[in-house]
Design a protein around this ligand. Structure first.
Ligand code: AMP
Length: 389
C-alpha cells in the first residue's frame, strides 16, 4: 500500500516533527563529525518543510548511549553542521521531551533539533508515555530515517499513534520507490547480484529475491558454501558447513535462476597483495578471495541484458587489492548497463565509490540493515506505521 508523503501534507503554519537519521560517525570524543553524508541526505526534506511554511522539529538517535545522557554522543556538533549546511540558525534543545523543550518549539521557518533520543531508554523500549510526550511537540509527523525504519522504537513507531498524520519524507519516499519497485514490480529482465561474507546473513534476501528476479548472480565468500554443496573443492575458502543443507534446498528450488562463479582468484594468505592465481578448481590449502575473469565476463554479459539490477554485497575481499577486481568490474558493468540500478549495504556502496561510478547508479540505499530486511520481504515497522494514502 502506498504511504502518505510529505508532499501530501498541508504544512503551512504547522509544527512538523521529522525523524531523521543523524547517526553520524564521530571522532575527538564526539566533537567532530567525520562524514556529514547522513545530514546532507535529509536536507531536501527539511528544506521542503521550511519552504512550505512549517516550523521544523528534528529528532534522531546518535550512537549507543544506553538510555543515559552522554556528552560524547550529544547532538551539539550535528546542530552546528546542520546550521552551516542549511545556512540558517538551528536551536539545539537540551533534551527531547519535557517543559524545557516545549518552551523552545519552532515558529514557521525555524528549526529545533532535539537532543539524542537514546538518552532516554524509553526510546528503544517504544514506551507509550515517552511516545506521547514526543507526539505532543508536533502537529504532523514525518519519517525520513529509512536507516532506522527496521526498528520499532518510540520515534519510529510508538509516537505515530498520537499523531493525526504520519508521512514519509523525501528520502524515505525515494527508498520506498526504488526498493519497492525492485522487489515487487521490476522492469525485466531483472538481475540481483548478491555477495558478501555469509550465506546466513543473506539467506532471506536470496530466497525473496529469487522469487522476484530473473537471475541471481552469487559472489563473495557465500558462493563457496554453494560450491561445496555442488561437490567442488573449496580449499581454505570461507564455508558455512552448517548451511550446506540450506544451500542445497535453494539450488533445488531455483535451479535456473541462481548463477555461481566458474573461476576464482585464490591465495594462500588472507592479505592485501598476496600472491595469487586464477583457477577453476580451488586447490587444497588455498582460499578463494575474488571471482575470476571468466566469471566476471559471464556476469557482465548477464548484467548487460538487464533492465533492473539490485546489488547487495561485494564479489570478493574488495578492501584488499588486488582482490577488488571482480567487485570493481561489476560496479562498472552495472553503471554502464543503462538499467535501473539499486545498490544497498555499506560495502556495496564503498565498492561503487571506489570504482568511481556512484553518480551512474539510480539509487544507493542509505539503510544497511533496513535495506537488507526490505529485500528480504520483511515489512519495516517504521514504514508500516505510516498513514496510508
Ligand atoms: P557483507 O557484510 O555480508 O556484505 O560482507 C562483506 C564482507 O565480505 C567484506 O568485508 C568482504 O571482504 C567479505 N568477503 C567477500 N568475499 C570474500 C571471500 N571470498 N572471502 C572472504 N571474505 C569475503
Amino acid at each position: 500500500m502506498a504511504k502518505l508523503s510529505i508532499k501530501d501534507l498541508d504544512l503551512n503554519g504547522k509544527r512538523v516533527f521529522i525523524r531523521v537519521d543523524f547517526n553520524v560517525p564521530l571522532a575527538n570524543a564526539g566533537q567532530e563529525i567525520t562524514s556529514d553524508k547522513r545530514i546532507r541526505a535529509s536536507l531536501p526534506t527539511i528544506q521542503y518543510a521550511l519552504e512550505h511554511g512549517a516550523g521544523v522539529i528534528l529528532a534522531s538517535h546518535l550512537g549507543r548511549p544506553k538510555g543515559k545522557p552522554n556528552a560524547e554522543m550529544s547532538m551539539k556538533p550535528v546542530a552546528a553542521k546542520l546550521a552551516e549546511l542549511l545556512g540558517k540558525p538551528v536551536t539545539l534543545a537540551p533534551d527531547c521531551i519535557g517543559p524545557e523543550v516545549e518552551a523552545l518549539l519552532p515558529a514557521p521557518g525555524e528549526v529545533l533539533l532535539l537532543e539524542n533520543l537514546r538518552f532516554h531508554a524509553e526510546e528503544e523500549a517504544n514506551d507509550p508515555a515517552f511516545s506521547e510526550k514526543l507526539a505532543k511537540l508536533c502537529d504532523v509527523y514525518v519519517n525520513d530515517a529509512f536507516g532506522s525504519a527496521h526498528r520499532a522504537h518510540a520515534s519510529t513507531v510508538g509516537m505515530i499513534r498520537y499523531c493525526s498524520q504520519a508521512a514519509a519524507g523525501l528520502l524515505m519516499d525515494q527508498e520506498l520507490k526504488y526498493l519497492g519497485m525492485a522487489t515487487t514490480n521490476p522492469e525485466r529482465p531483472c538481475v540481483a547480484i548478491l555477495g558478501g561474507a555469509k550465506v546466513s546473513d543473506k539467506i532471506e534476501v536470496i530466497e525473496n529475491m529469487a522469487k522476484v528476479v530473473d537471475k541471481v548472480l552469487i559472489g563473495g565468500a557465500m558462493a563457496y558454501t554453494f560450491l561445496k554443496c555442488q561437490g567442488h573443492a573449496t580449499g581454505k575458502s570461507l564455508v558455512e558447513d552448517d548451511k550446506l543443507e540450506l544451500a542445497a534446498r535453494l539450488m533445488a528450488e531455483y535451479p535456473s535462476k541462481l548463477v555461481f562463479p566458474v573461476d576464482h582468484v585464490v591465495a594462500s594468505e588472507f592479505k592485501a597483495g598476496a600472491e595469487n592465481e586464477t583457477v577453476t578448481e580451488i586447490p587444497e590449502g588455498k582460499m578463494a578471495l575474488d571471482i575470476g575473469a571468466k566469471t566476471i565476463a559471464e556476469y557482465e554479459a548477464i548484467i548487460g541484458t538487464a533492465k533492473t539490477i539490485i546489488w547487495n554485497g561485494p564479489m570478493g575481499v574488495f578492501e584488499m587489492p588486488p582482490f577488488d577486481k571482480g567487485t570493481v568490474a561489476l560496479a562498472i558493468a552495472v553503471a554502464n548497463s543503462g538499467a535501473i540500478s539499486v545498490v544497498g549495504g555499506g560495502d556495496s556502496e564503498k565498492a561503487i565509490k571506489s570504482a568511481g561510478v556512484t553518480s551512474k547508479i539510480s539509487h544507493v540505499s542509505t539503510g544497511g540493515g533496513a535495506s537488507l530486511e526490505f529485500l528480504s520481504g520483511i515489512e519495516l515497522p517504521g514504514v508500516a506505521a505510516l498513514t496510508e494514502k
